[in-house]
Design a protein around this ligand. Structure first.
Ligand code: CMC
Length: 448
């Protein structure tokens, strides 16, 4: 018997189908194939009895599950291709500005001159944060990790803009997006100054985005801060490279949290905390700590052996869930590193990084597993050359990723197929059992 699935994709008609025979009862089902996928919900009709919940797909860590349709970022992991809205990352890194890319990610097209001018003006106008945020940040200990501070302060911003919860009002979405893009660099710089024990520096709205950020980081007594041009360019390019990366861990967090219809400040704060993890954005910090612990080129081979034995740490900055070839961003970052070293002098540990890369790229362990340098491998060396503390590296990843998170958040909200994200589970715990009190203090006594 053949049953035709009742659900099918709304946009595309197709005659392709996956024929599935249930070995338990011999029934055959025809599941429509659209864009090379079947719908997990179509599996639900596969059941052995009326009371049966129906077949589910089990996919821990989303290894083979598309959670959305997205038109924002395209990655071909085998070919090492990354495009935002169709534009190759190499071209954007060379020719675009970060705020132009932020517009592109959100709107799908490059801005006209007047759209761009207004966009820059709006974002520049909103760079200041409420003074209470400064006091809030002062409450952190001197050694607080700047990612904890950044995530908390973005979450706190939500309380300053209660109207941001009107997420289906396009005007509210617009102002929230502008505010987040404008204020996150300010918050990030406040976190930096706190960690350093330096007085806070207010935004300088005469300066472009990257230069203003560097001014808030580095300005001391001078009335105007002029960032080194190579540093400003490096920050701009790194911001573009980090702006979006389709459905990675933190973007998935933003979409999942945003799917509850919470305000975007709260959803983006969730993204920051997901990015903090050492397997995600936190890897750039770990790469540098790893290189420092290796200490010398002569220790590299032994370190690689330890990684391969599985007993030591992973080779941080290597490997990627999607890229199975050289991460195209890593290539650009490596080139950029040399430009920065042209100003700062050669990094003392570059030799170790190059040797790690050389050995790993020729070692069967890494070749067989298709482990190549990812974006985090060389960024740490650039950040250190620019005198950012190691614990701050992931903040430099988070600032531009806000652009991608917001574009993805809005796409999710406007996608009629999306609902609150709520995965299923396979329950593996106890069947029902009876509670027998064994402790004496558990509950307050009943009665008036
Ligand atoms: N060093 C040594 N072995 C590795 C590494 C590594 N960096 N990455 C993966 N492997 C091995 C892993 O042990 C496994 O081997 P086996 O098949 O023998 O068990 C195999 O390669 C597949 O690994 P996996 O953990 O199943 O792969 P994944 O797709 O789940 O993990 C990853 C992707 C990025 C978490 C992982 O490669 C990793 O931990 N890399 C180091 C951390 C890092 O650099 N993260 C930054 C990622 S890029 C920027 C970002 O997303 O923020």
């Amino acid at each position: 018997m053949t049953t035709t699935a009742t659900t099918s994709a709304p946009h595309t008609t197709t005659t392709e189908a996956l024929e599935v025979t249930d070995g338990r009862n011999g029934k055959t089902y025809s599941l429509p194939i659209v864009d090379g996928t079947i719908r997990a919900l179509d599996l639900k009709q596969i059941k052995v009895s009326e009371n049966d919940f129906g077949m589910m797909a089990y996919d821990p860590a989303f290894m083979n599950t598309a959670s959305c349709r997205s038109a924002i970022t395209y990655i071909d992991g085998d070919a090492g291709i990354l495009r935002y809205r169709g534009y190759p990352i190499e071209q954007l890194a060379e020719k675009a500005s970060f705020l132009e890319v932020a517009w592109l990610l959100r709107h799908g097209e490059l801005p006209t001159q007047s759209e761009y001018d207004q966009w820059v003006k709006d974002i520049t106008y909103h760079t200041y944060v409420h003074e209470n945020i400064k006091h809030f940040l002062e409450g952190f200990r001197y050694d607080a990790h700047p990612m904890s501070m950044l995530g908390s302060s973005i979450a706190a911003l939500s309380s300053f803009y209660p109207e941001a919860k009107h997420i289906f009002d396009p005007a509210q979405r617009e102002i929230s997006i502008v505010r987040l893009l404008a204020k996150v660099p300010t918050l990030a710089a406040l976190c930096y100054r706190h960690v350093k024990g330096l007085p806070f520096v207010y935004p300088d709205n005469d300066l472009p985005y990257a230069e203003n950020f560097l001014s808030m980081i580095a300005r001391m007594s001078e009335p105007k801060y002029a960032a080194n041009r190579v540093f400003a360019k490096a920050i701009e390019v790194l911001f573009i490279l980090h702006a979006d990366h389709e459905q990675n861990c933190s973007t998935n967090a933003v979409r999942a949290v945003g799917s509850s219809h919470v305000d975007p400040f709260s959803a983006v704060a969730a993204g920051v905390m997901a990015l903090y993890g050492p397997l995600h954005g936190g890897a750039n910090e770990q790469v540098l700590r790893m290189i420092e612990s290796i200490g010398s080129v002569k220790n590299v081979a032994a370190f690689i052996d330890e990684v391969k034995s599985g007993k030591g740490q992973r080779l941080m900055g290597f490997g990627h869930r999607v890229y199975k070839s050289y991460d195209p961003r890593a290539r650009i970052v490596k080139q950029l590193a040399y430009e920065v070293f042209g100003v700062t002098g050669m990094d003392r540990d570059l030799e170790i990084a190059l040797e790690l890369e050389r050995i790993a790229l020729s070692d069967p362990y890494f070749i067989e597993r298709k482990l190549y340098p990812n974006v985090d491998f060389y960024t740490g060396l650039i950040y250190r050359a620019m005198k950012f503390p190691t614990s701050y590296f992931t903040v430099l990843f988070a600032i531009p990723r806000v652009a991608g998170w917001l574009a993805q958040w809005e796409e999710m909200l406007l996608d009629k197929e999306q609902k609150i994200a709520r995965p299923r589970q396979i329950y593996t715990g106890y069947d029902e059992r009876q509670f027998a009190a064994t402790l004496e203090h558990r509950r307050p006594a009943k009665g008036p």
